[in-house]
Design a protein around this ligand. Sequence first.
Ligand code: CDP
Length: 201
Amino acid sequence: MAFTVAIDGPAASGKGTISRAVAQRFGFRHLDTGLLYRATGRRVLNGEDAVAAATALMPDDLQTDGLRSADVAEAASKVAAIPEVRAALVAFQRRFARLGDGAVLDGRDIGTVICPEAEVKLFVTASAEVRAARRHAEFDDDTTLEEVLADVKRRDERDAGRADAPMRAAEDAIRIDTTEMSIAEAVAAAEGAVAAVWSGG
Ligand code: CDP
């Protein structure tokens, strides 16, 4: 029986790190669903139509370099507001969630739309200022902290404000605020929440 861990939250909240650690600890597979939107956004920056791009995504699209740039993040957030783009990516995500013994999916709408039946749902947050500082430390270009903070806030608003599958915590999600937590503390909180439900494969 497949076991699904849904981890949602805004940009740079720590959900990616937490997801990878949980997957490793419990031997589950991990899908960073943001990559699907980033890969679609990147194709759009290269001139493709958004819906056609989402429909035509290939595994190789997720491997390519450059998906982590600020331009691609912005394009991802724009295509993610298009219902037909989201619809084109649903089946892949649900299949991934139910293949194998267990899976961790992280994104914005996993606990609410993609896997509302997930055995464990986490919503990982942190203040916009702390998230911007974390993202700024990851970039090695000359983008300023103020620019990153503005990007983060703009993307938060678009992701939470869209009509289709807005970013929000599921009612039964466990909230983890990582503003004042170390990575180890955040990972421990998430692993504890999963361990309380998972009884082994
Ligand atoms: O790593 P970061 O949190 O900055 O971004 P991401 O998780 O890679 O997601 C990039 C963008 O894709 C987000 O701003 C959302 O607009 C969109 N996204 C979404 O709409 N639904 C998901 N399940 C995952 C990402």
